[in-house]
Ligand binder design. Sequence first.
Ligand code: ZN
Length: 93
Amino acid sequence: MAIQVKNCMEDFVTDLLQQVIKSYPNICTCDQCLSDIAAWALNHLPARYVGTDIGDAYTRLDIYKQEHYAHIIKIIAQAIEVVSQNPHHTIKK
Ligand SMILES: [Zn+2]
């Protein structure tokens, strides 16, 4: 028996982060900062686990994503502001 689950919120966040970040042209977008932003957002959003072998999982997730879209965007925007003000590396000037 193999248990196969994944947290679909990770997909939502990495996906939507690409869009939201375009509104912040002045922040650092190195791999470390992007990972920190995604991690901060995921820590402030509910996990959304699905079994990966469930056929209609993606349909149900689409509905979930639409219903929570505004909230996820808001959390990502907060994550960008928190991380860009406190990057985990020295700011190059
Ligand atoms: Zn950076």
